[in-house]
Design a binder for this molecule. Sequence first.
Ligand SMILES: [Zn+2]
Length: 236
Amino acid sequence: MEETFYTGAIILKRSPWRENDSKVIVYSLEKGKLELVARGTKKILSKLASHLEPITLSDLMVIKGRQVNYVGTAISEESFQSIKGSLEKIFLVGETINLFNSLVKEQEPDPQLFYLLRDFLFLVNDNEEAELFDVAFKIKLIEILGYSPNFNSCIICGQNNAKQSFIFDFVKGGIVCEQCKAHISKNIQTLNLALVDNYKKISSLEIKNIASPHLPETDREKLKKFLSNYILANIK
Ligand SMILES: [Zn+2]
């Protein structure tokens, strides 16, 4: 194993650690999610600080230690100033980054995840309207992690009988058909065909190719509500 390595990484979280150090959680292109220690006096740390701020894309040199890995050097490539300058954006992105951090396991690199997160940050940074990108990011994230909801067949009988609306059972994690209605839990949402179509449409596109005006706000809000219920009930 090499003693040091270089990697592009997105800073997810930073917290104080021991007296003078910081603990930094990053998602790196080469090694996936890593927990690193940034060592040193307050003076050295303050030089590194802006390059290790959450929601920053940085080039890192990582030094392997016996128990923990350390940040050797950090140079920010993009600091996403437009996100950091907007309370609305920083709140939205902060929550989504926390979700990403809680769902993604350490040291399981996946370039798809790295580029999804990077594209998402650039899109939110460069566009006024951030909500749709957030919805798209979450759809893509659960897809890559293998948690996608199945809209095609009934979770109880397995039949494929798509109608105008679907009962989505959050406890069972899928749609329930008319015939199996007696077996549903209390945590359900009736989805209309448009919501399912929107979900599938977003899922089929790359996040970069999703244009905000294509989805009316009410549809977007419905999707957002569905996604947060789904993530809460089935993933976290
Ligand atoms: Zn059924």
